[in-house]
Design a protein around this ligand. Structure first.
Ligand code: SF4
Length: 300
């Protein structure tokens, strides 16, 4: 199988392929390290390929449809139009990432499997329309790549699903959650990610975002949170501590496994010493660009 992560990094980054980018921390990789340093190593340092799941690919599809929806004139952003975008968007994505079709191969009822999967994506789009009316929203940007340097010199980088800015200047960060991960596991991770974006925007624009809004499309529930400056200052210190720990581990190669119930979702269990496996030899710290996140990371 192709290295989906690297492939998508290249496919989605808004930078020239030969542009040298400084090492930066992304919310996905920071979460990985917090969850399990060895998982971070496998993803960010060894860059081992992972098999995408149907739920992840469906997340990319749904995020793409919502992005296209907001590019339409306001009056055209209805549910019918959004549903109509699903088929052509899937055709385009599956042509760009032929390996994703393997997810549906092998089943005797392959066309039916794809159809029912597309129907589940449609249900997420319908879930979105139960949460808000896109004709009443004019985002400043969708799928926005953001990068900010902290006073310590540490670089934060990530992608924001949607940024809404009120005429009065208040900022709202919106993230769509389309995944099948259990809500109790996903929520702390999602809030970590949102605070990460809040720090980036605060440092970029000098304004603390008024609201962080998580939209759970399958549950049809939204969660709103209002961060304050003192909290973001503390969170910034947390991020710096994580980055310091990553750099220390990177130097020594000492990335320890940290088993938890999340190991059930880990692609690397077979090579993990916590489960009797043997990791590949440490390849050394990758320069200049460890820790990027892929579209699959962002479409959770
Ligand atoms: S199986 Fe668990 S402990 Fe091992 S690398 Fe994966 S997340 Fe870490």
């Amino acid at each position: 199988m192709q290295d989906t992560t690297s492939q998508l990094d290249a496919a989605t980054a808004n930078t020239a392929p030969d542009e040298v980018r400084r090492p930066a921390l992304s919310p996905s990789r920071a979460s990985d390290f917090k969850q399990c340093p060895l998982l971070y190593r496998f993803r960010a340092v060894d860059r081992l390929p992972e098999q995408p799941t149907k739920a992840q690919v469906r997340g990319i599809l749904v995020h793409s449809v919502l992005e296209q929806l907001f590019a339409l004139p306001t009056a055209e952003r209805g549910p019918e139009r959004a549903r109509a975008l699903l088929g052509p968007t899937w055709q385009r994505l599956s042509a760009e990432h032929a390996d994703w079709l393997e997810l549906f191969a092998g089943a005797n009822d392959e066309p039916t499997a794809t159809e029912s999967w597309l129907a589940s994506a449609e249900a997420l789009i319908d879930g979105y329309f139960e949460l808000e009316d896109p004709t009443r929203i004019e985002p400043e940007a969708c799928e926005l790549r953001v990068e900010a340097e902290l006073a310590s010199g540490m670089l934060l980088r990530g992608y924001i699903d949607r940024l809404d800015v009120a005429p009065t200047g208040e900022i709202r960060v919106v993230d769509y959650k389309s995944g099948a991960a259990p809500r109790e596991i996903g929520e702390a991770k999602a809030m970590f990610q949102m605070k990460f974006y809040a720090v980036v925007l605060w440092r970029l624009r000098g304004e603390v975002p008024r609201q962080l809004r998580l939209m759970y499309l399958s549950d049809k529930q939204a969660l709103a949170y209002a961060p304050d400056e003192a909290e973001l200052r503390r969170f910034e210190r947390t991020l710096e501590a994580i980055w310091d720990a990553i750099l220390r581990a990177g130097k020594s190669g000492d990335f320890r496994p940290s088993p938890s119930k999340l190991c059930n979702y880990c692609d690397h269990k077979a090579r993990c010493p916590a489960f009797g496996g043997v990791p590949p030899e440490y390849p050394g710290w990758p320069e200049p660009n460890p820790g990027d996140e892929s579209a699959l990371d962002r479409a959770d």
